[in-house]
Design a protein around this ligand. Sequence first.
Ligand code: FAD
Length: 454
Amino acid sequence: MKKKYSIIIIGAGPAGIFCALQANKRGVPGEQILLLDKNKRPGAKLLLTGNGRCNLSSDIPPEEFIENYFEKKKFVYPAIRFFGPKDLQLFFESRGLRLKKEGEKIYPASDSANDVLASLENCLAEAKISYLGNTEVCRVSPLQKTTSNDQASFEIETSGKSTFSCDSLVIATGGLSFPKTGSTGFAYQLAKNLNIKLVATNPSLVGLIIKKGQADLSPLAGISLSNVGVELCHDRTPPSLSPHRTPLQMGKVIARENGDVLFTHDGISGPAILNISRYFAKNRHENMALRLKLLAHNQFIYKAGCYSFEDYLDKIKEESPGKQIKTSLQSIFPKQFLTVLCEEQLLSKEVLHLLQLTHEQIQNENILSIRDNFNNICLPLKDVHGFGKAIITTGGISTKEVFPHSFESKKYPRLYFIGECLDVDGKTGGFNLQFAFSSGALAASSLAAAVNNP
Ligand SMILES: Cc1cc2nc3c(=O)[nH]c(=O)nc-3n(C[C@H](O)[C@H](O)[C@H](O)COP(=O)(O)OP(=O)(O)OC[C@H]3O[C@@H](n4cnc5c(N)ncnc54)[C@H](O)[C@@H]3O)c2cc1C
């Protein structure tokens, strides 16, 4: 005989686990909640987060926090306000998990994602929530309601041919990124079957691949640069002999970011690139390039002072007029980076020449040319890495299909979508985990209200 639960939650990632715990905290008995996952242990992806260190969230107020969700700021606000970064910290610390901050970013003090998961698993066990691992749900059927109060609203079937029914069903099956962790787009298939609108999915928070041919940047692999302005642009330039582009040769700017970048064996990554990557796939039909603004946001330290680029070069000139400009720039950029910029002609001919001169040989307008050129390093892009390497999925269940105050489906009462399966993606910095936890918590309050007041 199939067993009936008040709440079934498909997917035991952070969103599903947290939804179960918060529903229990609000009065739903653990035995009445069934949490299912295709993996034996819950939280397979959680273990990989933050390179195994788990960047849980960022300690900033909700009003500022929501700025990190691109065009979904308004949609996520009720959830982040309901259960924000401070609530998450309190939750873990009150259960004995010590946390620490690196800047605004919150991590477990042990630097171990496993400790975060272990803490959640302990909570599940204490709450006596029924957990069924190694269980893949393959079918969900909404049931016709009769007048009987006992009748379930949904029936689910597993690949092992077990069936369960429930009053409320929560879909917390994640997106498509890192499919080896179990997130393989189940929510999207279900949405298609139920005629629920989907927004096209794409990989995001992922590295970009640089077009080979014009410039060989592979010797830069492993080099990182801090505080770089990054612009994703249309690239209207026909392939030319020189990879250098004047600002006029570049097309419209699609998106801007600022932060650290890291060169990889086939392209470029780092926080600024991860955050801009969501726009690549959406504009894939165009030729695109990255413009790096290497000097746009920086202040330069010389002895005890902090200077603009122009004043910084002036200071060096006062003390070492015979020093070569290229040598002075080596205290700003790694030597190997400058060598590749010059050898691969990412700088204009004029600037390549100026770098060979000494401070006393150049004029103020030459310094401006150097600055402008270093703020216009253009890298033609080939592609973005796929879901196998992406931290998050953009697109998914349309946010228009659910109520932002509960995540309940507008078409199917008592069906909920939470976490990454929704068309919500945040920047790097703990914003995606926080949304998973916050959406789970907010849905739980609605679920508990329905159970407590049938
Ligand atoms: C490498 C990596 C590093 C990351 N680092 C960070 C970070 O430091 N900070 C941050 O904020 N975010 C990070 N993220 C993103 C974060 O992990 C996700 O946003 C978050 O895990 C989403 O939670 P979720 O519960 O919605 O989905 P998931 O964690 O994907 O969980 C979904 C679960 O559903 C299960 N499932 C799927 N289909 C079925 C089915 N049919 N039947 C049964 N079970 C099913 C899956 O097995 C899976 O366990 C990272 C992601 C990756 C890939």
